[in-house]
Write a protein that binds this ligand. Structure first.
Ligand code: FE2
Length: 345
């Protein structure tokens, strides 16, 4: 078995492959590691066959859709997953064949209704059902402490105590544990009576994960996160540095249109000398009037450099082939002590 574990901000993901047949799966891939996964698979001579999410993640962004598009391979989840883009839905007891490896599904609801664990050879990928020294929380959408009790005590913990456990999260840099070690030392598993366990889970009072709504929105719908929108836009446009823009402004004659896409009041308080105002919210509405010549060179800026990147990508999609985004924004322009003009256009 070829096995590699990846960590990103407490999220654990796994590349697991069959050496003989040069095929592999990715389990719980995270969006920031997309290039690392594909690079690792290429380095190991593995073709990724399946992208598996052990459950609907509420606390991080799944990379399954991006990788599915890039690699043209199916996304695999438990049968009841609410995500519409799942290509292969598995039921309890079913297996995925990956070369000589067999990944067996164990439906373990509790953290979410669609949670599953995957058993292969000497190990189990436990998702957020069982963590090292902890368990998945049960207070997020579709969580249920009663179901988690059954999934743990009447299913997962009945596995051979020597079974290695690889969870979807660990915030302390640990790689894995075993069923036996967790039975002995996991504090939550010492509450072996259902009522005690359920009461404890109901009273954990954990903070809501950051990006909860955005993670659920994107992981359940197939939509993009704000970070993805920005990454894609920044890959589609060229940038100009603050220094270069300042030098361009100082030229006696230049035909660069400097476009301020912030709101009117921000523009009035201070803008780059010579800049025109075209707020992002009005871009598509006013573009034909305000920018009649699509061959002109346009430099777009905003306050921080993010909205301007999106606006530049939009302009390029509309045919403004020389639209460029400022690498930075008005904030860094002011901080650099560069000239600022105030007042209306
Ligand atoms: Fe989770």
């Amino acid at each position: 078995m070829i096995f590699e574990q990846f960590a990103a901000g407490g999220c654990q993901s796994y590349l697991v492959g069959c050496e003989k047949h040069c095929v592999a799966v990715l389990i719980d891939p995270e969006i920031s590691l997309v290039d690392r996964y594909t690079a690792a698979a290429a380095r190991d001579g593995l073709r990724i066959l399946y992208l598996i999410d052990t459950h609907t993640h509420a606390d991080h962004f799944s990379a399954t859709q991006q990788l599915a598009k890039r690699l043209s391979v199916p996304i695999v989840m438990y049968r009841s997953s609410p995500a519409p883009f799942v290509n292969l839905r598995l039921d309890d007891g079913e297996m995925l064949a990956v070369g000589d490896l067999r990944f067996k599904v164990m439906h373990t609801p509790g953290h979410t209704k669609d949670s599953m664990c995957l058993l292969v050879e000497d190990r189990v990928f436990s998702g957020d059902t069982l963590l090292i020294g902890g368990t998945g929380r049960t207070d997020l959408p579709s969580g249920d402490p009663d179901e988690l009790y059954d999934s743990l005590f009447n299913r997962l913990l009945l596995l051979d105590p020597a079974t290695k456990v690889y969870p979807a999260h660990d915030y302390q840099g640990r790689s894995h544990t075993t069923i036996g070690a967790e039975l002995t030392s996991n504090p939550r598993l010492q509450r072996r009576k259902r009522e005690e366990f359920v009461t404890m889970m109901r009273n954990l009072e954990l903070n809501m994960p950051t990006h909860l709504t955005e993670a659920l929105r994107t992981n359940m719908s197939g939509g993009k996160s704000v970070a993805q929108m920005l990454t894609e836009a920044s890959e589609a446009v060229p940038f100009m540095s603050l220094e270069e823009l300042k030098a361009q402004c100082e030229l006696p004659a230049n035909n660069l249109i400097i476009l301020d896409v912030r709101e009117r009041d921000a523009y009035q308080q201070g803008h780059i000398p010579g800049a025109r105002l075209l707020p992002r919210g009005q871009l598509e509405l006013r573009v034909n009037e305000d920018l009649p010549d699509p061959t002109q060179r346009i430099l777009v800026y905003c306050e921080l450099g993010r909205i301007s990147t999106l606006a530049t990508a939009t302009l390029r999609q509309m045919g403004f082939d020389r639209a460029t985004a400022l690498d930075g924004g008005m904030k860094s322009w002011r901080e650099a002590g560069y000239p600022v003009q105030s007042g209306i256009e």
